[in-house]
Design a protein around this ligand. Structure first.
Ligand code: TPP
Ligand code: MG
Length: 538
């Protein structure tokens, strides 16, 4: 143990000064100096079995706290392993900082071990991405990354940390600075009035959010605007967008809207580009976005400002005025909460294999009592997202990428040790990060994994049936494997369920076991529910 201060101490000092207490990581020789520097600094390392899992955990942490989740991985292949998970964080607007070890600057261009242009690799899936250049300024690099991740439209930020800078001696003083919380930009009074005039002129307005605006304090601000004006608020959190099965019978109503107020929601594929035929011809669009580059020409009004602040401004200015949207708003909200009539029977069904909604019926009481839902993966994931209501829900989101549920559930449990966490996912998806159950066991984080096992990659199988015909399905079969038997090796509790009546007792045993649990449920591989009849794109 040496008292020498190094660049690694500046990194750790800056993280600690910003209030970061948790790192999600997988070791590697370029980052061992950072591991060493964490000792005695109140910074815990939760170490995973794959770098992507560390980033999924940081993503979940970011979404649950709205403070940056920090992942630390090694150079080259470790960095590359982390990249796919950054995409999920980017699309869900989750504040994440990825710190990657990097080949020493002194050896760059000479074929150093694991040398590659890491900043360029991460750039397309980050708000900002760079390589640190100066050991003395490493603290500043970290503070800047944390500030950027949480500001404006939150998202992932990457900094590569060359091993020689981390190990370089630096002068006394850890260079840490307090986070810079720039006051968010508000709209001009005239813009607020213009937006309210458009809202007042509309007969069937809908407020659309998504990403960061659908979470935490931002979500509450939008909800208040909805309450004051009566306009319905719908979060767009699924890559299936207007066809998100969670929208239930509200999905077909979206085509009747004559005004869309996009609060931080980009007019992208998720909202079918806010254009006909998905929205009515003549439907007007108001866009409020922190990022001017996200504004689209052709909107009736575009405001560059913090959408949550603007929601507050609009609500304050709208209060006390007459609004005629309440009946429409209630219609949409009721439709959102109304599932098709046939679902009630499916939720009670004793059929074998088990209907996905029967699984939902077994899970819902736990969510009602405060469990956190982490839903992921394919058609089963869509049924689960449609069939369950949860106060706290993490879903794989508009990235449309599968595999994040188990690491996200682990981070959720770490954050909320008193709440059960249910990770509900398809059998194909389970394979991505099943080994993180070992991580859950090591850290005594007893998440419950519920696998809908239909022995296939059903989402793709269904698309093949739809597009190519039932006789041309290929490459989407899996085995009806007994994933519950992995439990024995991973220090987990295992359950296999084939009969509907066995679901509730299996869940109770799993929750009572105090261990991470795998419940392998033999389900019927049904296509995800749709209500609009529009072809789905994922
Ligand atoms: C990272 C990633 N790889 C592949 C896909 C394509 N994909 C989407 S859903 C799906 C099938 C998932 O299978 P499973 O988890 O068993 O759920 P099921 O559809 O069978 O209910 C696949 C392969 C994706 N969305 N993301
Ligand atoms: Mg499957």
């Amino acid at each position: 143990m040496s008292a020498t201060r190094t660049g690694a101490h500046l990194v750790v000092g800056a993280l600690a000064a910003a209030g970061v207490r948790q790192l999600f990581s997988l070791s590697g020789n370029q980052i061992l100096s950072v591991y060493d520097a964490t000792l005695g600094r109140g910074l815990s390392i939760l170490h995973t079995r794959h770098e992507a899992a560390a980033v999924h955990m940081a993503d979940a942490w970011g979404r649950l706290t709205e403070e940056p989740g920090v992942a630390l991985v090694t150079a080259g292949p470790g960095h590359c392993n982390a990249i796919s998970a950054l995409y999920g964080a980017l699309m869900s607007e989750s504040p994440v900082v990825l710190l990657s070890g990097h080949a020493p600057t002194a050896q760059l261009g000479r074929g150093a071990f694991q040398e590659m242009d890491q900043a360029a690799v991460a750039a397309p899936v980050c708000k900002a991405s760079w390589m640190a250049k100066d050991a003395a300024r490493l603290g500043e690099d970290i503070a800047t990354a944390l500030d950027l991740a949480r500001s404006g439209r939150p998202g992932p930020v990457h900094v590569s940390l060359p091993g020689d800078l981390l190990e370089a001696k630096v002068a006394a003083g850890d260079g840490a600075r307090a986070p810079r919380r720039e006051p968010p930009v508000a709209a001009a009074a005239a813009e607020v009035e213009q937006a309210l005039a458009l809202l007042a002129a509309a007969r069937r307005p809908v407020i659309l959010t998504g990403g960061a605006m659908a979470r935490g304090a931002r979500r509450d601000a939008v909800a208040r605007l909805g309450e004051v004006t009566g306009a319905p608020v719908l979060p767009m959190e699924s890559p299936r967008g207007f066809n998100d099965p969670w929208l239930h019978l509200a999905a077909p109503l979206l085509a009747q809207a004559d005004l869309l107020l996009l609060l931080g929601k980009k007019p992208d594929f998720v909202v079918r580009f806010a254009q006909p035929p998905a929205v009515a011809a003549g439907c007007r669009v108001i866009q409020v976005d922190a990022d001017a580059a996200s504004l689209r020409a052709g909107a009736a009004l575009g405001i560059v400002a913090d959408p949550a602040v603007v929601a507050d401004q609009l609500a304050a200015a709208a209060r006390g005025r007459a609004w005629g949207h309440r009946a429409w708003g209630e219609e949409v909200t009721r439709a959102r909460a109304t599932a098709p009539g046939a679902w009630a029977e499916a939720r009670r069904s004793a059929r074998t294999p088990i209907h996905p909604l029967r699984v939902c019926a077994a899970l819902q009481p736990h969510l009602d009592r405060g469990a956190i839902l982490v839903a992921d993966g394919g058609e089963f994931g869509q049924w689960v997202q449609a069939g369950l209501e949860a106060e706290t829900r993490l879903i794989n989101g508009p990235a449309g990428s599968i595999g994040s549920a188990i690491p996200m559930a682990i981070a959720a449990r770490l954050r909320h040790p008193d709440r059960p966490v249910l990770a509900v996912l398809g059998d194909g998806t389970f394979g991505f990060h099943a080994f993180e159950l070992d991580t859950a066991a090591r850290y005594r984080l007893p998440i419950v994994t519920v696998i809908g096992n239909d022995a296939r990659w059903n989402a793709e199988h269904q698309l093949q049936i739809q597009h190519y015909g039932a006789d041309r399905t290929v490459g989407c079969e899996l085995a009806p494997s007994r994933y519950d038997r992995l439990a024995a090796a991973l220090g987990a509790h295992g359950e296999h369920v084939e009969r509907a009546d066995d679901l509730e007792p299996a869940l109770d045993r799993a929750l009572r076991s105090g261990l991470p649990a795998i419940i392998n449920v033999a389900i019927e591989g049904l296509p995800a529910p749709t209500y609009t009849g529009t072809a789905k794109s994922h």
